[in-house]
Design a protein around this ligand. Structure first.
Ligand code: ADP
Length: 231
């Protein structure tokens, strides 16, 4: 835990300059994505077979954007902008975008949303956590399976949980301890930033992340967030 914090302090200093560059890259990406989206819709109307390539372009841009967001969050952590929010609604909005990405990879999204109270969170940051967990789940599954996103209210503990479950290969015990360490990755093209950022964001929300994983069965990441009394 302490080693992780020290490592992040170092990164914060080294990352300042790169963070400035990331901003400059994000703006043109946003504009390219906008036009790609427009063309993809136009192509759908015309039943143009190149539409699929357009969708892949959008996905690749989203991947780059997600990397930049993670990197910025690491290099220049922003204090969370807390506001009251319906977590279930945030999830439904997120799925609208994520579902097509999963669909192209043969993965289904299941939802199991419980009745939960309003919570106070930084929406963008929690969306980033959800995206990171879902991207990992998607990458863990090879062209089949289901990602299940669930929410629950734990009244006694005054907590809400958000879980992302996959039926991928699971995480070996040795690696469970390394989750959340910046740059820990087992993927060829991995960055090892997604979980590290997610743990930091959830920490800042006074929450925690728990992992359950069984080899050959799957993995479930559970994010617990506090529910504050309403005044
Ligand atoms: P990256 O995805 O770039 O590797 P992350 O920090 O998101 O970085 O994840 C770190 C590592 O944790 C992954 O490389 C993988 O080994 C493991 N991991 C995370 N989520 C899952 C999952 N759902 N199933 C299996 N392994 C996972």
């Amino acid at each position: 835990q302490e080693a992780r914090i020290r490592e992040q302090e170092k990164l914060a200093v080294v990352g300042q300059m790169a963070a400035g560059m990331a901003h400059e890259i994000r703006n043109p990406l946003t504009s390219v994505r906008g036009f790609a989206q427009l063309m993809s819709e136009k192509m759908a109307e015309e039943q143009n077979p190149y539409k699929e390539f357009m969708e892949i372009m959008i996905q690749e841009i989203d991947q780059a954007d997600s990397f930049i967001n993670n990197f910025l969050q690491l290099a220049r952590p922003k204090p969370p902008k807390m506001q009251a929010c319906s977590l279930n609604q945030l999830i439904l909005n997120f799925i609208k975008i994520f579902e097509s990405q999963a669909f192209l990879q043969g993965v289904k999204i299941g939802i199991d949303l419980g009745e939960i109270p309003t919570i106070v969170i930084d929406k963008d940051q929690i969306k980033q956590v959800l995206l990171n967990l879902c991207q990992n789940a998607l990458q863990a599954m090879n062209m089949q399976g289901t990602i299940t996103i669930a929410t629950r209210f734990h009244a006694a503990e005054k907590e809400v949980s958000l879980s992302v479950r996959d039926n991928g290969p699971g995480i070996p015990g040795d690696n469970i301890d390394k989750l959340g360490t910046p740059f820990f990755t087992t993927k060829d093209k991995g960055t090892g930033l997604g979980l590290s950022i997610s743990y930091t964001i959830v920490d800042k929300h006074q929450g925690r992340i728990e992992v359950e994983s069984t080899i050959d069965e799957g993995t479930c990441f559970k994010v617990y967030l506090p529910v504050y009394e309403q005044f």
